[in-house]
Design a protein around this ligand. Structure first.
Ligand code: ZN
Length: 111
């Protein structure tokens, strides 16, 4: 599947290729409001799940949808990458994650 391949490619680029991660498409009701993805992981076993919003619930279509889903995957992987830092402030963490994501993508993200 295209998204799984994309996630593996980004895992490798971020040095997270020793993690065993799976990707799921989930409906909006399973995510935080106003979010396009989520992740759960266990640093001890280096396993986790990345959730990406199902295209049926996405606010975008076609090329923009694909570009934004990639941004979501990178955003969630960066969360795993920075998790050892354990930022105390959720807003600060989001800001750092988004800055890193933007630097990695080197293009704008539709959302
Ligand atoms: Zn986030």
């Amino acid at each position: 599947m295209h998204l799984d391949h994309q996630m593996k490619t980004w895992q490798k680029r971020l040095g997270l290729d020793d993690w065993n991660l799976s990707l799921r498409l989930v409906r909006q009701s399973q995510l935080e409001p106003n979010s396009w993805g989520g992740a759960e992981w266990d640093p001890a076993s280096k396993t986790g799940t990345i959730d990406v919003l199902d295209p049926r619930d996405y606010n975008l279509h076609g090329g923009e949808l694909r570009l934004d889903m990639e941004c979501t995957i990178v955003h969630e992987l960066v969360h795993i990458q920075v998790s050892p830092l354990d930022a105390r402030d959720d807003e600060v963490r989001e800001e750092v994650v988004n800055k890193l994501m933007a630097a990695l993508m080197n293009r704008t993200c539709p959302n």
